[in-house]
Design a protein around this ligand. Structure first.
Ligand SMILES: NC(=O)c1ccc[n+]([C@@H]2O[C@H](COP(=O)([O-])OP(=O)(O)OC[C@H]3O[C@@H](n4cnc5c(N)ncnc54)[C@H](OP(=O)(O)O)[C@@H]3O)[C@@H](O)[C@H]2O)c1
Length: 289
């Protein structure tokens, strides 16, 4: 069985480690986190491997998964490049959405790749069952991407390939849909709070409509899913909402206006008249509101 070392077994690293251990695809070997205690906790979660307190004390392995924070990857690659075991046939990969495999360049002649799971690992235990079915964007050297395609497929992931030069834009796409959705829910809660509706009631109220909207977008596409005052060209409602938001929370009003402009662009691809669109753009662009 091929061996896997993990550097930075946090939310993502320990989830992949446990899934690959359970499927018997890799023998989990050395685990190195910033602190030994954290490495030992990751080892407990994975159910295999040995926590090491230094890079030097890690055993040789066929695959090296580097899942520390993005800002640490380059420095770790530099330190790993000093080890004598970077040879052809070894695979080094990271899971950053923003960085390409080139950040591991110093590790050649080993084969390098990036493999970004389009999944939120906020709760590793839940991810064990929810990761299968998610997509993983692969990019890098042929031998590494080929082998990793098989490894991720073995734990139920779908594979897409991406060019290194497109990684940043690709990642922005998932940041907007995933992270900004979370922030939109928070903005929505702030507006409800200003209306005197407390958080738990607001979340209950939002759950069905947010889930249904997400589902509509996935099945019908954004053009057919957009409803509400901007889609209807209801200038009076939009004017009142901007004014009320300005009076309670200027940042909320600013987000409403900016996203409102993007809503107008989307609504224009549907039945919104050019006249209504122009009036909405004028209203939402007005900096004093
Ligand atoms: N979380 C997600 O939903 C998600 C989704 C897609 C991609 N990613 C990518 O996955 C990677 C890991 O993210 P994460 O959320 O799993 O991070 P995380 O939970 O914060 O885990 C990071 C781990 O790296 C360790 N670490 C930090 N610096 C280190 C160093 N210099 N040497 C050794 N270990 C070090 C930390 O050790 P300690 O515990 O001792 O501090 C921690 O265990 C990132 O590249 C991220 O962009 C994350």
């Amino acid at each position: 069985m091929q061996t896997l070392n993990i550097i930075g077994a946090g939310h993502l690293g320990k989830t992949l480690g446990r899934l690959w251990h359970q499927t018997g695809l890799f023998r989990i070997q050395s685990i190195h986190n910033r602190t030994l205690r954290s490495g030992q906790a990751a080892r407990e979660f994975i159910g295999a491997g040995r926590a090491c307190d230094t890079l030097q004390s890690m055993a040789e392995a066929d695959y090296w998964l580097i899942t520390c924070h993005d800002s640490e990857i380059s420095a770790l690659a530099e330190r790993l490049s000093k080890r004598p075991d970077n040879r052809e046939g070894t695979v080094f990969f990271h899971c950053s959405g923003a960085l390409s495999s080139e950040v591991l360049d110093k590790l050649r002649p080993a084969s390098i790749a990036s493999a970004h799971p389009v999944h939120s690992f906020a709760d590793p235990l839940r991810s064990l069952s929810s990761l299968p079915g998610s997509s993983v964007a692969l990019e890098g050297d042929g031998p590494a991407t080929h082998a990793l395609g098989d490894a991720f497929s073995a734990i139920g992931c779908k594979i897409i390939t991406i060019e290194a030069r497109h990684k940043s834009l690709y990642h922005a796409g998932s940041v907007i849909a995933c992270n900004y959705l979370t922030t939109l829910v928070d903005l929505s809660l702030r507006s409800f709070a200003a209306a005197g509706i407390e958080r738990s009631s607001a979340l209950k109220l939002l759950e069905p409509i947010v889930l249904q909207t997400a589902q509509n977008n996935m099945t019908l596409g954004p053009e057919k899913s957009l409803t509400g005052p901007i889609a209807r060209g209801d200038l009076e409602t939009v004017t009142a909402q901007v004014e009320n938001l300005v009076s309670v929370d200027p940042q909320l009003a600013c987000c409403y206006r900016h996203l409102g402009l993007a809503c107008v662009a989307l609504a224009r691809r549907g039945p919104l008249s050019e006249e209504s669109a122009s009036r909405l753009i004028e209203l939402l662009s007005e900096p004093s509101r």
